[in-house]
Design a protein around this ligand. Structure first.
Ligand SMILES: Nc1ncnc2c1ncn2[C@@H]1O[C@H](COP(=O)(O)OP(=O)(O)OP(=O)(O)O)[C@@H](O)[C@H]1O
Ligand SMILES: [Mg+2]
Length: 496
């Protein structure tokens, strides 16, 4: 890609970017939230078609023009976008071959053949998924795998993975890496976007760093070094990546949960959360360990009144009933959800409107929304969380993924909760912003807020939390303090 420039109203997303990827390489594209990675890839995929940007694209040395994603796909580009988009009502097979239901010459492919081909493709990338299943019944990681299969269905020469591992489990990521390496040996070129440093070191042959819409550095695998790469990404050195807490933990229990049970949504006599009990004290950071599907998210969702449950919940010593999120908010509970697309944000509304959603009375006067007060609040959070946007009036759907995550965080902080559940708080967030979120968590703990953190980033979980409980198959299987914690102990307990 040569001298690529692209602007949106008020934002120069890319300026004079030249990005060169060698044949049969796995090339990482990295940079802070809002650096322009996804925009560059949308240009390469025809989402922003020829004429919508400046510069030129060359494929195998020849200039190419893509009029649409379909056009790009036909010319050898396989794209897995950052946000999962699937057709919920259709089957896995139909989703994989969407847009390709006709063979050359226009004959419609028979369903039997469609399923057989889907099965073949899934087997070849070692994904165990029934092609007949409706996508609505799949979890986030399975949906992600469907998207990857879809990108590979046309046998592309260039595969783009835009944070495709964000929703995958460790095993699924390992498997995907195996597949990508195998395809590289057969000539596939892969562009790989990630915020996870360990993934970069594991898989990339080369890396290009974008900052503020421009290429600032390029590294060959032999030059990979964590400090140099991070410094290139954020333009400064990060001291104390995991801040240590300097405040004391209080004695009083802010939250006590006894025998929390969540029945399985479909299967009778099975529970996804099965008799979980724990307590959190003032200013304490409690970490939830466990694998995907162990019941961690269901536990916090139940406590926030989003799923039916039984058991007893006490806030500051008083028993409360949380049947709905409104109840939860009224009792001082807050939840940062894992999936910002499904239930975290209103994409077609301004940052300002999203941030104040959970406490409108606070920004109203005589029951009328006070817009200037709202702007004031939103401006404060914009600065505090270093959200990259032209103003608080920017529509959330136009923000980069990581900046959307920060808006969700502001939204849950605004009603000043006493207990905050954080489900994967740094998913899709760049290293600099991760550090800012960690500092914020310490600050909140210092103010006496009790935090319950779920994270599949083990080093992060171990470094930030004061105490841990580990869940497996919906039950608490281990509990230990920071002093007793190690990644081995956590993994061992989680896998039973
Ligand atoms: N459709 C759009 N309208 C307006 N601004 C946009 C649009 N798409 C992207 N931007 C802006 O362009 C810049 C680059 O965004 P982009 O999504 O490419 O970042 P990114 O590097 O992929 O970040 P992340 O790591 O958070 O996904 C950001 O400032 C973003 O707000
Ligand atoms: Mg992006």
């Amino acid at each position: 890609m040569q001298s690529i420039s692209k602007s949106f109203p008020g934002v120069r997303a890319l300026s004079q970017v030249s990005f060169r990827v060698e044949h049969s390489h796995i090339h990482a594209l990295i940079g802070e939230n809002g650096a322009g990675k996804s925009t560059l890839m949308k240009i390469l995929d025809g989402v922003y078609p020829a004429g919508n940007f400046e510069g030129q694209i060359l494929l195998d040395g020849k200039p190419v023009m893509f009029r649409s994603p379909f056009d790009a796909r036909r010319q050898g580009i396989g794209y897995v976008p950052q946000e999962i988009s699937v057709l919920e009502k259709l089957t896995v097979a139909e989703n994989i071959f969407v847009g390709l239901w006709t063979e050359k010459g226009g004959t419609v492919v028979g369903f039997k053949r469609l399923f057989a081909r889907a099965k073949e493709l899934l087997d070849s990338i070692r994904v165990q998924l029934d092609p007949h299943r409706t996508v609505a019944t799949l979890n986030a990681s399975q949906r992600q795998l469907v998207m990857i299969a879809r990108a590979l269905a046309t046998k592309p020469s260039v595969l783009i993975l835009d944070e495709a591992t964000a929703c995958l489990t460790l095993d699924e990521t390992k498997n995907l890496f195996g597949v990508v390496r195998h395809l590289r040996d057969q000539g596939l070129t892969t562009i790989f976007i990630t915020h996870k440093m360990n993934e970069l070191f594991e898989i990339a042959d080369r890396a290009t760093v974008l900052r503020d819409g421009a290429v600032v550095a390029e590294f060959d695998r032999s030059e990979f070094d964590q400090h140099t790469i991070v410094a290139a990404m954020v333009g400064r050195k990060i001291e104390n990546f995991y801040p240590t807490r300097d405040s004391a933990i209080g004695d009083e229990e802010v939250l006590r949960v006894e025998n929390l049970t969540v029945p399985h949504p479909h299967l009778a006599r099975r529970n996804v959360v099965d008799g979980v009990s724990f307590a959190v004290r003032r200013g304490e950071i409690l970490g939830f360990g466990g694998l995907v599907g162990s019941g961690r998210s269901e536990t916090v969702n139940a406590l926030y009144g989003r799923v039916e449950h039984t058991g007893r919940v006490y806030v500051e010593g008083r028993e409360v009933r949380v049947a709905t999120p409104q109840d939860a908010k009224a009792h001082g509970l807050g939840l940062l959800t894992e999936d910002r697309k499904l239930d975290g944000l209103l994409f077609n509304f301004a940052i300002r409107e999203n941030m104040t959603l959970h406490d409108l009375p606070e920004v109203s006067h005589l029951r009328v929304l006070d817009r200037s007060r709202e702007t004031e609040v939103a401006d404060r959070y914009l600065k505090r969380l270093s959200i990259r946007a032209p103003s608080v009036e920017t529509m959330v759907g136009n923000l980069s993924g990581g900046n959307q995550q920060k808006v969700v965080l502001a939204k849950v902080l605004f009603p000043k909760p006493r207990v905050l559940f954080l489900d994967e708080p740094t998913k899709g967030v760049d290293v600099g912003a991760k550090n800012e979120i960690y500092k914020l968590m310490m600050e909140l703990a210092g103010q006496g807020i009790a935090l319950v953190v779920i994270s599949s980033d083990l080093p992060e979980l171990l470094a930030l939390c004061d105490r841990f409980i580990v869940l497996a198959r919906g039950r608490v299987v281990d509990e230990f303090s920071k002093a007793e914690a190690s990644d081995q102990r956590l993994m061992l307990a989680a896998t039973g």
